[in-house]
Design a protein around this ligand. Sequence first.
Ligand SMILES: Cc1cc2nc3c(=O)[nH]c(=O)nc-3n(C[C@H](O)[C@H](O)[C@H](O)COP(=O)(O)OP(=O)(O)OC[C@H]3O[C@@H](n4cnc5c(N)ncnc54)[C@H](O)[C@@H]3O)c2cc1C
Length: 197
Amino acid sequence: MGGLKINTDGSSSLKNLFGAGEVCGGVHGANRLGGNALADTQVFGKISGESASNAAKTTELKTNEEQVLKEASRIESIIKKGTIKPQEFKNKIKSLMWEKVAIVRDEETLNEALKELLEMQKELETLDVGSQKQYNSDLVTALEVINMVEICILVVKSAIIRRESRGAHFRSDFPESKDEWKKSIVLNKNKIEFEAR
Ligand SMILES: Cc1cc2nc3c(=O)[nH]c(=O)nc-3n(C[C@H](O)[C@H](O)[C@H](O)COP(=O)(O)OP(=O)(O)OC[C@H]3O[C@@H](n4cnc5c(N)ncnc54)[C@H](O)[C@@H]3O)c2cc1C
C-alpha cells in the first residue's frame, strides 16, 4: 500500500513534515487486513502527533517571506478564465484511475493511463477558476487536482515498474509474486530507489 514514506517516529525526509494514516505507505506491507486502517490512524496519529509537537518545541518559527510570496503568486496564477471546471477535471482523473489503474492492471493500460495523465498535467493550464474572494471552491478543487495528477503519475509509474502481483496490486500480465520483488519502490522527484523490506 503506497504513500508518503515515514520513519518509525512519523517523520519524513522533509524536515518537520510528519505523516499518519491513509497518506502513509509501508505500514501494512502489500495489503492490509480489514480494520487495520483504523488502528493505523490511532497508533501513528499518536506517535506522529507527539513527534510533531516535540519538533515544534525545538523549532524556531520564522516566516520565509520569499517562500510565502512565491506560493501566493503560484495560487494567484491559478485564478483565470479557462475551459474546464476543476470539479469536471477531478471527475476525469477519478474515472481514468478507476478504469485503467484499478486493482487488476496490465502494462498496456497502465502506459495508456500514464500518457493520459501527462497530457492532463499540461491541461491543468486550462482550468477555469473564478476569482471570488469568499469560499472559492473552484480554487480549492484546482489546488487539489494539481496535486492529484502528480500523485497519480507516481502511482502509475510504480505500478508499471512492479512486474509482479502482490497484495492489492494485481498485474494480469505478471500474475505471480516474485522473490526478487520483495522490496519497496521509493520515488523521489529526481530518482527511483528500491528498498529491501
Ligand atoms: C469505502 C471505505 C471503507 C473503509 N472501511 C474501513 C474499515 O472497515 N475499517 C478500517 O479500519 N478502515 C476502513 N477504511 C479505511 C479508513 O477509512 C481510512 O484509512 C481512514 O479513514 C484514513 O484516515 P485519515 O485520517 O488518515 O485520512 P482521511 O480520513 O482521508 O483524512 C484526511 C483529511 O485531510 C483533509 N485534507 C486533504 N488535503 C488537505 C489539505 N491540503 N488541507 C487540509 N486538509 C486536507 C481531507 O479533506 C480529509 O478530511 C475504509 C475506507 C474506505 C474509502
